[in-house]
Design a binder for this molecule. Structure first.
Ligand code: HEM
Length: 392
C-alpha cells in the first residue's frame, strides 16, 4: 500500500505539485491511515480533518513545544487552551476584518509600486516581483520591522517551512534559521522595549497576561510565527491563483469582466490549491477516529489539501470553479486555531487580483519555463513563476 512516507520519498506519480491523485486514493482506500513504520496517523476525509483540527482536547497542538525550545514551539499555533486563548487575545484586535480593512490603501499602494516596476516589460517572475514581496512588506510594516531587515526573511522562512529539505548552498538549515531569527528579533524586541512605537512588536512587548509580560522566547515566537505564517502562505495563494487561471481558460477574462467575482475566486484557489496542505497534532489519549483508536502521544496529520477535494462535500471537487458556492473549505483550518491572518490574506489576494485584472488584459505562464516547487508536504506552491502579460 502506498503510504504518506512513500509519497514523501518521491514516488513518481506523487510529486510535490500533484499530491491530489494520492489523496483521492487514500480517501477511498484508507481514509484513516496508520503508517506501519512511524506509527503516525493520517486523516484524509473532510469530517475527520475538521475534527482533528478543532477537537483540541483529543488532538493537542503542543507538539512543537515539547520537542524543544524553538521559538515557534512557544507560539500560539503550538499552544492548547487555556494558554492559547490568552496568547490569541493579545493579537486578535490587530487582525480583525475591520482592522485590516484600514490597511487597504497602503496595500494597494504597495501592489501598484511593485507592478509599476514590471509593467513596461510585459513579463515578470510573478513570485519574485509580486507574490513574495507583497505579504512580506505588509507584515513587516505591521510588526514595525525596518525595511533593511527584510532581505533576510526569505532565507529564514524558506528554511523554516521546509524543515525536512536539505538546505541549498549558502542557505541556512532549519536550526540556523531559527537561531538567526531569534537573535534578530531579540534585538528588535529590546529596542522596542526601551523605545516603544506604534507597531505590533511594541504592543506585544508591553502586553500582559494576568499581570505577567510575555517571556523573551514567547515574544520571539510571536514575531517568527507572524512573519513565517503570513509570508509563504500568502505568496503561495497568489502564485497558486495564477496557476489555476492558467489551467482554466476564460477564468481570468471572466474576472476582468466581473471583478465582483474575485473574492469567490480567491476562496476557490484556497480550496483547489490549498497553500497549507497539512497540519499536525498529537493525540492526547485514546480516541476513536473512523474506527482507529489513537494512542497517547501519537502524531496525527490532518490532510487539509485532501479534505478540500472531498467529493462528498464539494461536488466536482476536481474542477476549479470560481463560482463555487457554498465553499466550506478548510484552507485556513477550523476551530480555535482558525488562521488569525485569514482576513489579511484574503484582502491582499483580492487587492492584488483587482489590480492585475484592471491593469493587464491577460497573464500567462511562459510556456515550458520550468517551475521549482516547494519541497514540502505542508506548504504548497512554486518558488518561481515566469509570466507574460498585455497591458489593458
Ligand atoms: C493564504 C494564506 C494563509 C493560509 C492558507 C493560512 C493557513 C493557516 C492554517 C491552516 C492555520 C491553522 C493551523 C492549525 O490549525 O494548527 C493557520 C493559523 C495561523 N495563521 Fe495563517 N494562513 C495564511 C495567512 C496568514 C497570515 C497573513 C497570517 C498573519 C499575518 C497568519 C497567521 C496565522 C497564525 C498566527 C495562526 C495561528 C492561529 C492559532 O493558533 O490560533 N496566517 N493559518
Amino acid at each position: 500500500m502506498e503510504t504518506p512516507e512513500r509519497r514523501e520519498a518521491g514516488e513518481p506519480d506523487a510529486e510535490a505539485h500533484n499530491p491530489f491523485p494520492w489523496y483521492e486514493w487514500m480517501r477511498r482506500e484508507s481514509p484513516v491511515h496508520v503508517d506501519p513504520q512511524s506509527g503516525a496517523l493520517s486523516v484524509f476525509g473532510y469530517d475527520d480533518v475538521q475534527r482533528v483540527l478543532s477537537d483540541f482536547e483529543a488532538f493537542s497542538s503542543e507538539r512543537g513545544r515539547r520537542e524543544g525550545s524553538s521559538a515557534l514551539g512557544a507560539s500560539l499555533i503550538s499552544s492548547d487552551p487555556p494558554r492559547h486563548r490568552q496568547l490569541r487575545n493579545l493579537v486578535t484586535q490587530a487582525f480583525t476584518p475591520r482592522a485590516v480593512a484600514l490597511l487597504a490603501p497602503r496595500i494597494t499602494a504597495i501592489i501598484d509600486e511593485l507592478l509599476d516596476q514590471v509593467a513596461a516589460a510585459g513579463r515578470m517572475d510573478f513570485i519574485e516581483d509580486l507574490a513574495y514581496p507583497l505579504p512580506v512588506i505588509v507584515i513587516a510594516e505591521m510588526l514595525g520591522i525596518p525595511a533593511s531587515g527584510r532581505a533576510q526573511f526569505r532565507r529564514w522562512s524558506d528554511a523554516i517551512v521546509s524543515p525536512g529539505a536539505a538546505p541549498a548552498p549558502g542557505q541556512p538549515s532549519f536550526m540556523d534559521a531559527q537561531r538567526e531569527m531569534a537573535m534578530y528579533f531579540g534585538r528588535l524586541i529590546a529596542e522596542r522595549g526601551a523605545e516603544p512605537r506604534d507597531d505590533l512588536i511594541s504592543h506585544l512587548v508591553a502586553a500582559e497576561i494576568d499581570g505577567q509580560r510575555l517571556s523573551a522566547i514567547e515574544l520571539i515566537g510571536f514575531c517568527v510565527l507572524l512573519l513565517v505564517a503570513g509570508n509563504e502562505t500568502t505568496t503561495n495563494l497568489l502564485g497558486n491563483a495564477i496557476l489555476c487561471f492558467d489551467e482554466q481558460p476564460g477564468a481570468y477574462e471572466r474576472l476582468r469582466e466581473q471583478p465582483g467575482l474575485i473574492p469567490d475566486a480567491v476562496e476557490e484557489v484556497l480550496r483547489y490549491r490549498s497553500p497549507v496542505q497539512s497540519m499536525f497534532r498529537s493525540a492526547t489519549g485514546e480516541t476513536d477516529l473512523g474506527g482507529v483508536v489513537t494512542r497517547p502521544g501519537q502524531p496525527v496529520v490532518a490532510w487539509i489539501g485532501s479534505a478540500n477535494r472531498d467529493e462528498t462535500v464539494f461536488p466536482n471537487a476536481h474542477i476549479f470553479d470560481i463560482e463555487r458556492t457554498p465553499n466550506r473549505h478548510l484552507a485556513f483550518g477550523y476551530g480555535i486555531h482558525f488562521c488569525l491572518g485569514a482576513p489579511l490574506a484574503r484582502l491582499e489576494a483580492r487587492l492584488a487580483l483587482e489590480a492585475l485584472t484592471a491593469r493587464f488584459r491577460d497573464i500567462r505562464r511562459v510556456p515550458d519555463a520550468p517551475l521549482r516547487w516547494m519541497e514540502s508536504s505542508i506548504v504548497y506552491g512554486v518558488k518561481n513563476l515566469p509570466v507574460t502579460f498585455t497591458r489593458a
